[in-house]
Design a protein around this ligand. Structure first.
Ligand code: IVH
Length: 688
């Protein structure tokens, strides 16, 4: 965060004029429909170049420059704003923040001792006009002086009530956006309607807000960040509201029934010093990847009305607030190639090869493309400039082509006719294409997965040995391992008596693994290790799992309505393999779990972590040191808890080992109980 941000160097008036035009066009597209020819980092870099040029050549400044006016100049609506909707100046690191604050304090002639620190929501600014407590009109920001009437969206925006608690006349200002789940639903609706999809939550929100005649309705979310009484209102209420510190104004807004970020992990806080501000900036940045909505920075405001009034405004932004920008999670780069790979379960998946691009702290070269239907929905072509998204530890993904950057040289993406692994035919009956040989196409990979440490954990069975056994015809699937004889193993090259006996013992041992491990080893599509544990705990026995229909499977926590029928179909496909495992004497029971049909637990017999959501982070020490993360999660679930990878308000306990980073900070902010691995081991010792 401390490195100096890059800047576009402009050498003469022509370059300057071109840069201004590029910035204006880009901002216009961004504010109109959320798309742009420039990603956020590139835009900021360009504006820094324009600013630097203007400082050196004040005589050349163009009236259309993005530095001189409210950003987002092009979509002018016809509803004038009562008070202009301004932009915010940006800072990009602690030094720039300190410089900005020092400048402000010089202007005020005193130190600022109350700062409000809140997330910068990555949506669209909107003004919601309430008359006598009723929501009367919604206006977009437009060019900042006038916006578009989008009142047709009233009733579709979560967090923006039709009526306030008090019958007051005010204008609420805030951001309209789509949460991750709203975005998913919107994409599904649009796909059902015309087979296309939205590029990202921001452009989906922009399009949805302005769309008037769509046959389907998509839900939006509002977070308020300010309120204005009418400018000419000098009633006692209006005067009092104008005099309140920002933090108290936000309290009032929430009390009116309007959503604010107060209920989120990145709630606004009050800070007295810049060190405290910076600490909160870092907490918000750390929480960003796990938020269900997009933020692109942190807004720091003077909290006191008196400080704000005295600081005043420049032509484009308030002097009492600043945006601390976070690195972009989305960039534009080139789609160079598409590779096709057949996975463990026979699924054929495309992968995008990109011109390397730095994104959220790492260089991205590959990104997921999901499936053929997804490529078609997005209308992608080879050579396209594409938006690529990555945040936190999510797998980078290609969002959409930037259609206005096309040169005409783009080519259709070649789609495979045959399985890229074995050359057999492709089953195209589902959206995710599959080799007709199914999991047999990649049988070796399936067996290796089944015997790994976090599945059946067959010690000493290396991938090369699996391949050798497969190639010599000793095994065709992992169940065959349980029928191997001593003679068969001794007959293999590089296999002595001791290693044979050790391997046979390890295979015997693997028969006693809990159902969760056995189920995971099957590699059922749509389930990973965590879901396998949930299924095993829910049903307790393989017989119960196999007897379940889609409806019953869907009762497993986190199992969606699309996945449940797939799991049922997979279990049918895997029936011969499961039968073979049963014949071999492999355990099919989850210790400590009770099937859904059985009696409920008697009071006093609850498990120590009953219905607690537990997150584990950092390096484990003490009795937990020997366990893999998967094994710690299994332990949590045996003890009745739910293991989760992210800290949220719902987390009951954080087990923080050495080098616990952002999760610990987040837990502390949220008031989540934090324990050491040793304390935790004590608590669940009966299950270790
Ligand atoms: S206060 C006078 N607070 O950022 C402008 N703005 O780049 C004061 N934004 O147009 C705005 N989160 O749409 C404020 N917590 C927040 C915000 C926020 C997002 C947007 C807003 C504004 C843009 C400026």
């Amino acid at each position: 965060m401390t490195e100096t941000p890059p800047i576009t160097v402009l050498l003469d008036d022509t370059a300057y004029a071109e840069a201004v035009q590029l910035a204006v066009d880009s901002a216009a597209a961004y504010y109109a429909d959320g798309t742009s020819t420039l990603d956020d980092d590139a835009y900021d870099q360009l504006v820094r170049g324009i600013t630097a040029y203007e400082e050196k050549h004040p005589e050349s400044v163009l009236p259309s420059s993005p530095t001189g006016k409210v950003a987002g100049g092009a979509v002018v609506g016809d509803v004038p704003h009562t008070v202009p909707m301004l932009s915010l100046d940006n800072v990009f690191g602690p030094e720039q923040l300190a410089d900005w604050a020092a400048g402000l304090e010089r202007r005020l002639g005193r130190p600022v001792t109350a700062w409000s620190v809140e997330p910068k929501l990555d949506g669209l600014a909107i003004s919601a006009r309430y008359r006598h407590g009723r929501l009367a009109q919604l206006v977009t920001r437009g060019d900042g002086t006038a916006g578009e009437d989008v009142s047709h969206a009233i009733g579709t925006i979560v967090g923006l009530p039709d009526r306030l608690a008090d019958a007051v006349t005010v204008e609420l200002r805030g951001e309209v956006m789509m949460t991750a789940s709203q975005f998913e639903q919107a994409c599904a609706k649009r796909e059902a309607h015309d087979g296309t999809t939205f590029a990202n939550p921001r452009s989906a929100a922009a399009g949805t807000l302005r769309a008037q005649d769509r046959p389907y309705v998509c839900e939006l979310t509002f977070f308020g960040y300010g309120v204005l009484p009418p400018p000419d209102d000098d009633s006692e209420f209006a005067v009092r509201l104008r005099g309140l510190p920002h933090s108290q104004v936000m309290g009032w807004v929430a009390a009116q029934g309007v959503q604010t970020t107060a209920a989120t992990p990145v709630a606004g806080i009050l800070a007295e010093t810049l060190d405290q501000v910076q600490a909160r900036v870092e907490e918000i940045a750390a929480a960003r990847a796990e938020l269900p909505f997009g933020i692109d920075g942190i807004v720091i405001k003077c909290d006191l009305a008196g400080d704000q009034a005295e600081a005043g405004f420049s032509s484009r932004a308030p002097r009492w607030a600043v945006a601390y920008k976070l690195p972009a999670t989305e960039k534009i780069t080139k789609l160079l190639r598409v590779e096709w790979n057949t996975g463990r379960t026979g699924i054929i998946a495309p992968r995008a090869v990109l011109e390397p691009v730095k994104l959220d702290g790492s260089v991205v070269t590959y990104a997921t493309l999901h499936n053929v239907a997804d490529i078609t929905r997005r209308g992608l072509m080879l050579g396209d400039s594409v938006t690529v998204y990555k945040a936190g530890d999510v797998i980078p993904r290609v969002e959409a082509p930037v259609v206005h950057l096309r040169t005409g040289d783009e080519q259709p993406i070649p789609i495979p006719e045959l399985c890229p692994q074995c050359g057999d035919a492709i089953d195209r009956s589902q959206e995710r294409w599959r080799c007709v040989r199914g999991r047999n196409c990649q049988a070796i990979a399936s067996i290796i997965y089944a015997v790994e440490r976090d599945t059946l954990d067959i010690e000493g069975l290396a991938a090369s040995r699996v391949k050798q056994m497969f190639d010599t015809g000793l095994i065709a699937d992992f169940a065959d391992l349980f029928f191997l004889t001593r003679e068969q193993l001794l007959g293999l090259e590089r296999m002595g008596e001791t290693s044979t006996d050790n391997l046979l013992a390890a295979i015997e041992q693997a028969k006693t693994r809990p159902l969760s491990r056995v189920f995971a080893a099957l590699g059922v599509r749509g389930t990973g290790r965590a879901m396998s544990r949930r299924i095993a705990r829910h049903f307790a026995t393989m017989d119960e799992v196999r007897a379940a229909d889609a409806e019953a499977i869907q009762r497993v926590e986190g199992m969606g309505p699309e996945k449940a029928p797939l799991v049922v179909a997979e279990l049918a496909e895997l029936a011969p393999l499961i039968d073979k495992l049963v014949r071999a004497g492999v355990n099919m029971i989850e210790p400590g779990a009770t099937p859904p049909s059985a009696e409920p637990v008697a009071p006093g017999q609850e498990l120590p972590l009953a219905s607690m959501s537990v997150v584990v982070t950092g390096t484990m020490t003490g009795p937990l040191a020997a366990l893999s993360r998967n094994e710690v999660n299994e332990l949590i679930e045996r003890a009745g808890g739910k293991s989760s990878s992210s800290v949220s308000a719902k987390t009951a306990l954080l087990v923080a080992g050495e080098k616990a980073g952002s999760k610990r900070a987040k837990a502390e902010t949220l008031g989540v109980r934090v324990v050491s691995p040793e304390e935790f081991a004590d608590q669940v010792s009966a299950f270790l």
